[in-house]
Design a protein around this ligand. Structure first.
Ligand code: EPZ
Length: 417
């Protein structure tokens, strides 16, 4: 259980390369199980969630080698379809092994997944979809046994465009008989990345990134090499760090078109943004303006994963910002921590009202989840004096070399393990 000690009040600057996307790399690595042939995945960030995924792959009997950002996985001689409980509970995205295992072996034995405590996070939509594909589900002593020799193409309408459920349906349908159609599918860029990886293996997925996705079952899949897209939330995190410190920062290997709704907020609060196809420069004013009302929504709306970061920006902006969290019911725990630093935030159910203050003060705060940890670290960068952020193991789940990258652009952060 490490902590960061941050000396606030320093300007940042320079250029930074953005890591590969965690939420793309995780399902793509799980998908290698369905492929059954050697795959090499490039631009995999170095994160504890990625390590957990590699452990699951090894536990299933895959051959896994990592060299820098490239991971090779050969699931050809995979022997297991049972994921140990302690590995399932390490993170939420372990649930996408369900679809991959069903395609590969016709069976999956799992328990409920873990992950950041940001809400109830049920998996009913995943199971509803699996049953539509002809999968039989039985539960015994908290373990779920899923079986289906070959999934049957089906029309599946999701009541909410769940990212994980969309990924699981795609993975479970790769070799289905006929065509699976997902109505009200999640449209996140990570879905498109997964589909592009799978299509490079010979899958037939169309419509990814739109509300209706079609998966035509194929007989076999082939070896491939694939490069994971840039992490849009990491990019926004570094932009926030520049914004709250009045800095000028150039980000490289970003996909500006994936963060359009967030860019709008940065512009509203007075930052100048210049983009090219894979670069983004942010120049922040000395003091930010408030951002009106921000509502988190499924993509292409404002991402819930940036909500805590925007709250940090709103904390020291001129005026009031209202934030409405529509995706997760318990994702405001950073508000109380920011208030310890002198912020003026009141939370009423899913609404947070943030009255900007002149300055945050360094304090001892605690991260309760990954993005909250990032937002509190960023708050520490602009606070007067010293801030300590506890529970940084959450940050290590999603940010590669976080404090090293921030120090590289001018911050002063020390990690205490
Ligand atoms: C993915 O989680 C991301 N995680 C999350 O990233 C992200 O916040 C979330 O999508 C929304 O964008 C990964 O990709 C590994 P959902 P996921 O299923 O798939 C409800 C981060 O910080 N729901 O779209 O779990 C659910 O409770 C994170 O990197 C059901 O009710 O998200 C939530 O309210 C954390 N039943 C909403 O849907 C279900 O069966 C969205 O969840 C599934 C979901």
């Amino acid at each position: 259980m490490g902590r960061f000690i941050i000396e606030g009040g320093r300007k940042l600057g320079g250029r930074l390369r953005v890591q590969g996307a965690k939420n793309s790399a995780l399902p793509i690595l799980a998908a290698t199980v369905a492929v059954g042939r050697p795959c090499v995945i490039h631009n995999c960030p170095s994160l504890t969630d990625i390590n957990s995924t590699l452990e699951i792959l090894k536990a299933l009997g895959c051959e896994v080698h990592r060299s820098g950002g490239s991971v090779s996985v050969d699931s050809g001689r995979m022997i297991m379809n049972d994921i140990p409980d302690e590995l399932m509970r390490e993170m939420r995205s372990s649930i996408v092994f369900l679809g991959a295992l069903l395609t590969r072996t016709g069976e999956a034995h799992i328990c409920a997944p873990g992950g950041c405590d940001i809400g109830m996070r049920p998996i009913d939509l995943h199971f509803f979809a699996m049953e539509k594909l002809g999968v039989s589900l039985t539960e015994e002593y908290g373990r779920i046994c899923c079986k289906c020799a070959k999934t049957k193409g089906a029309k599946i309408t999701l009541s909410f465009p769940s990212v994980g459920a969309t990924e699981n349906i795609i993975l479970a349908s790769l070799r289905c008989s006929g065509v699976t159609t997902i109505i009200n599918a999640a449209r996140e860029p990570e879905i498109v990345d997964l589909a592009m990886f799978l299509n490079s293996c010979g899958a037939r997925i169309s419509g990814a990134g739109e509300s209706t996705v079609y998966i035509e079952g194929v007989e076999r899949l082939y070896p491939t090499q694939y490069t994971v897209m840039p992490d849009r939330i990491a990019a926004c995190t570094f932009m926030t760090a520049a914004a709250v410190t009045g800095s000028d920062l150039l980000l490289e290997e970003v996909a500006p078109n994936h963060i359009a709704p967030v860019l709008q907020c940065f512009e509203t609060c007075g930052c100048k943004i210049v983009t090219s196809s894979n670069r983004l420069r942010i120049t922040a004013p000395d003091r930010l303006n408030s951002m009106g009302t921000i509502r988190t929504m499924p993509y292409p709306g404002f991402p819930t994963d940036c909500q805590s970061l925007i709250m940090t920006m709103a904390s020291t902006a001129v005026g009031t910002t209202v934030i409405c969290e529509n995706i997760f019911e318990n994702r405001f725990r950073h508000a109380a921590e920011l208030n310890r630093m002198g912020a003026d935030i009141s939370v009423h159910d899913k609404i947070a009202v943030v009255n900007g203050v002149d300055r945050l003060q360094g304090a001892a705060v605690c991260a309760h989840d990954l993005r909250a940890g990032a937002a509190l670290t960023v708050a520490g960068l602009c606070a007067q004096g010293c801030t300590t952020v506890d529970n940084i193991h959450f940050i290590d789940r999603g940010y590669e070399f976080f404090e090293k990258n921030l120090n590289y652009i001018g911050a002063k952060i020390k990690r205490i393990d």
